[in-house]
Design a protein around this ligand. Structure first.
Ligand SMILES: [Mg+2]
Length: 173
């Protein structure tokens, strides 16, 4: 029943994951959520950590692309400062918009990894696309209003998956 919401791996946050693990999975492109995954929603410009993370990925031949449900003004400004491609108002878990983006890129499905902080948007989205995923804990405890509602159910699903040993830590890659 919860298979659709099961991530391939889990992490405390995106920054703890060793780049070697991405290489081991042969990842060439990471479709990454923005709010509460890379930075808090109120953080308008990329943090030092986000910049270093992107630089490290680039050095290792991995492209970072932001796929966010947030607005153009939020995502564009942040992504341009970080120097990465982006897709805004993605409407995750719907896959239509990002599927178009994927079609325009020269990667195969197995080259992708999706990282996000929500099972009902990011992980369901990844499983619908049949792309590997990493579910992170919240970067900060503050969320926007609609995210708060989602997070209520999110916690329930996480608890279920944990109890049934369905969560695999990224360290096991
Ligand atoms: Mg998020």
């Amino acid at each position: 029943m919860f298979k659709r919401f099961t991530p391939t791996y889990v992490a405390s946050n995106v920054y703890e994951i060793e780049i070697d693990k991405f290489l081991k999975l042969n990842i060439k492109c990471i479709l990454c959520d923005l709010d509460n995954t890379l930075d808090a929603y109120y953080q308008k410009t990329p943090s030092k950590e986000a910049i270093e993370f992107n630089n490290k990925l680039k050095e290792n031949g991995i492209e970072l692309i932001l796929t966010s449900n947030n607005t153009k003004s939020r995502v564009q400004k942040y992504a341009e400062m970080l120097g990465v491609k982006y897709s805004y108002t993605c409407k995750k878990p719907l896959i239509g918009k990002v599927k178009k983006l994927i079609k325009s890129l020269n990667y195969s499905k197995s080259d992708y990894l999706i990282i996000g902080d929500q099972v009902f948007t990011d992980i369901l989205f990844a499983n619908r696309l049949k792309i590997k995923s990493i579910l992170c804990d919240n970067l900060v405890s503050k969320d926007q209003f609609f995210t708060k509602i989602n997070k209520f159910f999110d916690k329930y699903v996480r608890r279920y998956l944990k109890k049934h040993n369905k969560l695999t830590n990224w360290r096991e890659i």
